[in-house]
Design a protein. Structure first.
Length: 154
């Protein structure tokens, strides 16, 4: 029994090498506000793909929050406020409700960099990606998010 315990201890003892799948992230974060379908939503999926590619390029973190309940700008504003309060370096929105919340809130948060995917009003702190082709959306999001995450909090 002692021999078996000794062999198990030896076999399972950590070898001091880092986990090959471990990834060290920077402090930079990009956040996405999606419709209720989350990243599986057909409008949100290419945005999320671009954000994930930017994360691989920069080691910045990416996260998303979906608007639950009524898909209205007023309801989405609460969720947008959560992302703004999370100190995201860039906040992206996609979908009618999330974009309406951004249109109404961006001017109140001049120090936050926003990216609106779809149609919305131009504002000083809002970049708009108006492409409808999912491949182009993914590439534009990747480019914008990579630019922001590359210069923040290395």
């Amino acid at each position: 029994m002692v021999l078996v315990a000794g062999l198990l201890t030896w076999a399972l003892w950590p070898d001091g090498r880092p986990d090959p799948r471990a990834r060290v992230y920077t402090e930079a974060t990009a956040c996405l506000l999606t419709p209720a379908g989350g990243t599986a939503d057909k409008q949100a999926a290419p945005v999320w793909a671009g954000m994930q590619q930017a994360s691989l390029d920069t080691r910045g973190k990416v996260q998303f929050l979906e608007v639950d309940g009524p898909q209205t700008g007023d309801n989405a504003a609460t969720y947008l406020g959560t992302l703004i309060g999370s100190k995201c370096d860039v906040v992206l929105t996609v979908g009618r409700a999330a974009n309406a919340a951004l249109d109404a809130s961006a001017a109140s948060h001049p120090n936050v960099h926003f990216v609106l995917v779809g149609s919305g009003k131009a504002q000083a702190n809002v970049s708009i990606i108006g492409d409808s082709d999912p491949t182009k959306v993914t590439e534009r999001v990747r480019s914008v998010v990579t630019d922001v995450l590359s210069v923040t909090k290395d």
